[in-house]
Design a protein around this ligand. Structure first.
Ligand SMILES: C[S@@+](CC[C@H](N)C(=O)[O-])C[C@H]1O[C@@H](n2cnc3c(N)ncnc32)[C@H](O)[C@@H]1O
Length: 238
């Protein structure tokens, strides 16, 4: 429960859908006097819901623990977490930063994307964790970042950009992310499979190099392997 309070649940409607369909199929199994097909459907939906729950509560965090092992965090680091929500990634970066480094999180705190997220909640946790020197949050839309060009040398985003609709908004967000990144700066995006392919193309057009997209296995399954979470790393041309 503490984990749900601190990190929220991503895309809670998806989770409700899987478990809801599982319950409906279970009822149908009883109503149809135990027809096997309904029991199979019940098990499938409940398993899909469980994959989803695992990814949002545990898998996503394991993905970032691994991803951040390959990211250099120094006293010169100026990082931006785009769509930080409860701050899962921002906290991990802040805890790893040596004195002098800093990470900023921005979000519009949309509840349907992540339950119970708010600027006040993140600020309270930063104070309790004594990380107010290393990290700060502010309300901002990723399509219009309130920062000067080349403010950051690291931009990260976790399962946030795909929430911007339509596609033009996501492309605008990537342009903004590129604008606030210094030449030679790194971008690390963890997001849904189909979105990462879209970002790869857009970042190529924006002049990024060393673009690598990698999978994360069942830690990133939003219901099953057909909805995976991928990691994209890229560098802004110097
Ligand atoms: C699924 S949550 C992920 C939060 C966090 N990055 C994580 O991994 O736990 C997506 C977040 O993106 C935020 N978001 C959606 N559209 C946004 C926008 N246009 N600008 C900034 N944040 C946005 C939502 O409010 C939500 O907090």
């Amino acid at each position: 429960m503490k984990r749900i309070r601190e990190n929220g649940i991503d895309g809670v409607l998806g989770l409700i859908m899987f478990y809801g369909l599982g319950v409906v199929c279970l009822i149908m199994w009883v109503v149809t006097r135990f027809q096997q097909g309904w029991l199979i459907a019940t098990v499938i939906y409940l398993v899909m819901g469980s994959f989803f729950l695992h990814t949002t509560l545990v898998g996503k965090e394991l993905i970032w623990d691994r991803v951040l092992r390959d990211v250099s965090l120094t006293k010169e680091t100026r990082a931006l977490d785009v769509g930080c929500g409860h701050g899962l990634v921002m906290f991990k970066i802040a805890q790893r930063l040596p004195l002098g480094g800093h990470v900023t999180g921005i979000d519009i705190w949309r509840q349907r994307d992540q339950t119970h997220n708010s600027q006040a909640a993140v600020e309270r946790r930063l104070a309790v964790s004594q990380l107010t020197q290393e990290a700060a949050v502010q309300t901002a839309d990723m399509r219009q970042l309130p920062f000067a060009p080349q403010t950051f040398n690291l931009v990260v985003s976790s399962l946030a950009i795909h929430n911007v609709k339509p596609k033009a908004g996501r492309l605008q967000s990537l342009q903004e992310l590129s604008r606030v990144l210094r030449p030679g700066g790194q971008v690390v995006l963890v997001d849904l499979g189909f979105s990462c392919q879209e970002y790869k193309k857009a970042l190529q057009q924006l002049g990024f190099t060393d673009i690598h997209v990698t999978g994360n296995g069942l830690n990133g399954w939003w219901g099953g392997p057909w909805m995976p979470t991928l990691t994209l790393r890229a560098t802004k041309l110097k």
